[in-house]
Design a protein around this ligand. Sequence first.
Ligand code: BGP
Length: 480
Amino acid sequence: MYSAKMPEGFLWGGAVAAHQIEGAWDVGGKGVSVADVMTVGSATKPREITDGVLPGKNYPNHSAIDFYHHYKEDIKLLAGMGFKAFRTSIAWTRIFPNGDDAEPNEAGLKFYDDLFDEMHKYGIEPVITLSHFEMPFNLAKNYGGFTNRKTIDFFVRFAEVCFKRYKDKVKYWMTFNEINNQSAFNNDFLMATNSGILFKEGMTDEEKEAAMYQAAHYEFVASALAVKIGHKINPDFKIGLMINYSPVRPLTPSSEDTLLADKFEQHRDFFSDVQVFGEYPKAIEAYIEKHGYRPDITDEDRVVLKEGTVDYVAFSYYQSTTVSSEKVSADELSDLEKAVAVNPTLERSDWGWEIDPVGLRLALNHLTDRYHLPLFIVENGLGAYDKVEDGKIHDPYRVDYLKKHISEMEKAVTIDGVDLMGYLPWGPIDLVSAGTGQMDKRYGFIYVNKNDQGVGDLSRTPKDSYYWYKKVIASNGTDL
Ligand code: BGP
């Protein structure tokens, strides 16, 4: 297997999100977030977003792995693998419990002060997402989330408070997690988590798509304003965008499938174009116009977008996407799901996610060619069932997955010349799955004793993969 040394200072580590690990959902003055009203689902049943916290429902994020009270033990375990960086998010509702509060919540700010101090104690660099599916529920319910221009101000204020408070502790920031997930505009769950839009019963696809373009635009403006303010507060800040990137390929070599693959990419990836170039791509302007969506985009907004472009491109990579024009042609494309086909050459995870290590090399090459910016892999990994045998967890499937992906990443850096800041695989410690709410969909190097039913003593145990990843980091990527 190909392996190569990564550049000096390469940020090896892992990534999580506050709502998927912290628990303590109502502790320290924290308010209710959209994540706090997400029930448990499964691979086939989407999580429900309920109207507030209702009795008798299972909300796995409420307790998660209780990182809030275990963070010292957990950071120590991550440091034991030699982590150089750790990505997490700041739960918006710990800082502004309702989003529209007059003052920030000191107890929440203090929690992250302590957490970042603990990371620095071990030389671990914090990499921070400001908004990772954790919008205050009040903003979603009573303001319409990002369909409301006012939400820009609430977000920017939250960002500014964080930038000021942590300006000497955090250098690497991202504004919105997987901002391009919204291209799945008729997925109610994703729209609620990403943009705080709670669709009403009976809305048409066109109405949902129009709402998505509006929300996305306000998020672009909010992100650009945050970038501008952040750079003023500390010119050394590196503030990036974050997308879920999946190279798209046609199922067959036909021109129809190839054109569809291109169009699919335009719809899914225009989000990063706006954040890197500070302007909308022509194809999307034309699409919005043709459908008569008319989002509120002012001349002033366009100036802000130009002034607030990002410093780097961060992305998650789990799988590639294959499309077929059998059900939908390039000109009819709007619901992207209809175009997705099964790639017969790839294996799948227990949750049906295609496994495609070469896709990561393609992703790194495509993004470099398109944006000419440093890249950062801030999520990658295999969700799998683990078995505890005699107190040990043997997870060769996880090592195999990661090894193959790291090998392709190393080719992209050392053969293709990609400028890569680091590699932060998803969920280094077991956590609540965002998509399903399950605990037993595990990504971790560290096992957490808790199952889908919420049963377990929360004890932490390093898996075999823990010792393997430690070796990878110690050798700076040569010992796979
Ligand atoms: C990404 C999210 C993460 C994470 C990951 C894995 O979309 O940014 O929050 O959870 O996917 O997905 P899942 O948890 O559904 O397995």
